[in-house]
Design a protein around this ligand. Structure first.
Ligand code: NAY
Length: 291
């Protein structure tokens, strides 16, 4: 089983002025992140506005990212939506693109039973020859994987890990200890250092788009035992995350990317554009924290 290590940028989806996917910007963003030292990319996540994309756009975006990354990065992709068939179609497409794993949010909107979620993930695991990562994001999905349900899910050899987008570090620590052979990605950038301290080896994050170098530095300092210095870099990260949370994370990341020279357009409606006050506050915070 592949063990994932390092940081994986949850890519934004760049749009051009007409609102179509901008493959040139995809390429620039992917190349810049690879130069900064990321291990790979997480495509079509929440950050990628995947639920505002059509199925064809999701496939096109994945193909553009795979082409831009070549053999220089691992590609992971979220295939989740409402239905099993939809996710299976995307998983089969992803397998053909050579991704290293597919992940999926639990099917949402309808309140499915845990039995149904468990069957969903085993259907997905059976559908394509590619490892599956569970996506634990209770704040958005209202589903928390734990206890015996998780045991059943992780007993499936093709389910090789979890993207843990939760602030519950107690649960993360226990899981890492109980399932040493599986992969655990921390999905909240603001607790990246804390997650390393409880044994996480990898992260998937939206703010890596704009500051991958800071996360790589945190990891390096942590591995050298320099936790005080690592905490200082995490503090800079958190000042930016805090400003992003105030104005809207994905919209804000796209504004900062524009400031950094990679125009990724605006998030799709119903997201609104930042107003001038929000933009000035965000960019000033970003600059003050070394971006
Ligand atoms: C996704 O699907 O793109 C992710 O989950 C990436 C991880 C991000 N989670 C969410 C829900 O946005 O980077 C985090 C998050 O934006 C950051 O920690 C701020 O809370």
């Amino acid at each position: 089983m592949k063990k994932f290590d390092g940081i994986y940028t949850a890519l934004v989806t760049p749009f051009d002025q007409k609102g179509s996917i901008n493959s040139g910007a995809v390429q620039r963003l992917v190349e810049r992140n690879i130069k900064q030292g990321v291990s790979g990319f997480y495509v079509c996540g929440s950050t990628g506005e995947s639920y505002l994309l059509t199925k064809e756009e999701r496939k096109y975006l994945l193909e553009a990212v795979c082409e831009a990354a070549g053999n220089d990065a691992d590609i992971l992709v979220n295939v989740g939506m409402f239905s099993t068939d939809y996710a299976i179609e995307l998983a089969k497409h992803a397998e053909k693109q050579g991704v290293k794993a597919v992940s999926s949010v639990p099917p949402f909107y309808f309140p499915f039973t845990m039995e149904e979620y468990v069957e969903y993930y085993s259907d997905l695991a059976d559908s394509a020859d590619v490892p599956v990562l569970l996506y634990n994001i209770p704040a958005m999905s209202s589903v928390t994987f734990a206890g015996d349900d998780l045991k059943r899910l992780l007993a499936n050899e093709k389910i090789t890990g979890i993207k843990h987008t939760s602030y519950d570090l107690f649960q993360l620590q226990q899981l890492i200890h109980q399932y040493p052979e599986k992969n655990f990605f921390i999905g909240h950038d603001e607790i990246f250092l804390s997650a390393l301290a409880v044994g996480a080896h990898a992260g998937i994050g939206s703010t890596y788009n704009i500051m991958a170098g800071k996360f790589i530095k945190i990891r390096e300092l942590f591995m050298q035992g320099k936790t005080k210095e690592a905490a200082e870099v995490q503090n800079e990260v958190n000042n930016v995350v805090s400003a992003l949370c105030r104005v809207g994370i994905f919209k804000g990341i796209k504004e900062i990317l524009k400031m950094q020279g990679i125009d990724c357009g605006y998030c799709r409606k119903p997201f609104k554009k930042l107003d001038d006050t929000q933009r000035a506050f965000l960019l000033e915070t970003a600059e003050r924290n070394g971006l």
